[in-house]
Design a protein around this ligand. Structure first.
Ligand SMILES: Nc1ncnc2c1ncn2[C@@H]1O[C@H](COP(=O)(O)OP(=O)(O)OP(=O)(O)O)[C@@H](O)[C@H]1O
Ligand SMILES: [Mg+2]
Length: 260
């Protein structure tokens, strides 16, 4: 069970400023074992930041993170990975010189038989005959690098897997395969928990529980059917009033400063 207690994450409004902006605002949340949670909400709401705080990539300004009764707030990324947390980035890194097979083995922490490599890659819609010897470098497309990262998460098989917008850049055919993969991890019922950050209705519908995060705060939690109507409202509220010019501007072009 993962427990987030009164998490706050503040950043300076600009470099060197003592004035701060709250990205995560006194957020508390419990993620029980064996559950599939989707975190959704408007762009800039704090979803990726929250994931990075859980993984230890960012440190909270205040608040505690408890995993299975142990306070992990001050643990490093490596220690958290050892205690069973995995994070799939919104924008995965590329590793020049590293072959897909090696990356899968590093993730799994052991040599992998071909059969396992085939399985992980096929779950993300990639054929291992074509992919195992490819380098994870800049030549891969956005969707390909994303799929490889998801395959490495499957190989790592963490107790708590956090996927940040796994659908991003993934084509419709592979997306079907991906939703099946998430469903089967969920249905396995082996104590694993998945948190998926997503804007996709089809992923949202798979979840046991939806968390709607906006302005660093939880606006609503509940089952998909309870939260779906709320999502439409949240989107409209987040977009704010339209930016319309109600009267002609009196500003002349010569009045606009051209130097900084
Ligand atoms: N280290 C930081 N310094 C300054 N601002 C930050 C920092 N980290 C995040 N932010 C800002 O915090 C807000 C939340 O960012 P975050 O990436 O968590 O949003 P998100 O909910 O994942 O959005 P999206 O749906 O677009 O992926 C954004 O406005 C972002 O610019
Ligand atoms: Mg994000």
């Amino acid at each position: 069970m993962l427990e987030l207690k009164n998490l706050v994450f503040e950043v300076p409004v600009k470099e060197g400023s003592s004035e701060t902006r709250r990205i995560i605002d006194d957020l508390s949340l419990s993620i029980p074992d064996d559950t599939f949670t989707v975190i959704t909400g408007p762009n800039g709401g704090g979803k990726s930041t929250l994931a990075k705080i859980i993984m230890g990539i960012e440190s909270p300004t205040s608040g505690r993170i408890i995993l299975d009764g142990q306070d992990i707030t001050d643990m490093s990324i490596t220690e958290r990975a050892k205690s069973g947390i995995g994070y799939g980035f919104q924008q995965p890194a590329r590793f020049k010189g590293m072959k897909v097979k090696k990356l899968l083995e590093i993730a799994a922490g052991k040599k992998l038989p071909m059969l396992s490599c085939n399985e992980y890659l096929s779950k993300v819609g990639l054929c291992s005959a074509d992919w195992l010897t490819r380098e994870v470098d800049k030549n891969l497309s956005g969707g390909e690098v994303k799929r490889i990262e998801i395959a490495t998460m499957l190989a790592r098989d963490p107790k708590l897997a956090i996927y940040d917008e796994p659908e991003a850049g993934i084509d419709l055919w592979s997306f079907d395969r991906l939703t099946e993969t998430f469903r089967s991890i969920h249905d396995a019922g082996n104590g694993r928990s998945i948190i998926i950050i997503s804007h996709q209705e089809r992923i949202i519908r798979l979840a046991d529980s939806i968390v709607l995060l906006q302005d660093g705060k939880i606006k609503a939690t509940g089952k998909p059917d309870e939260i779906m109507p709320e999502l439409g409202l949240a989107r409209r509220a987040a977009s704010g009033p339209a930016c319309a010019l109600t009267e002609p501007t009196r500003l002349h072009i010569t009045e606009i400063p051209t130097t900084c």
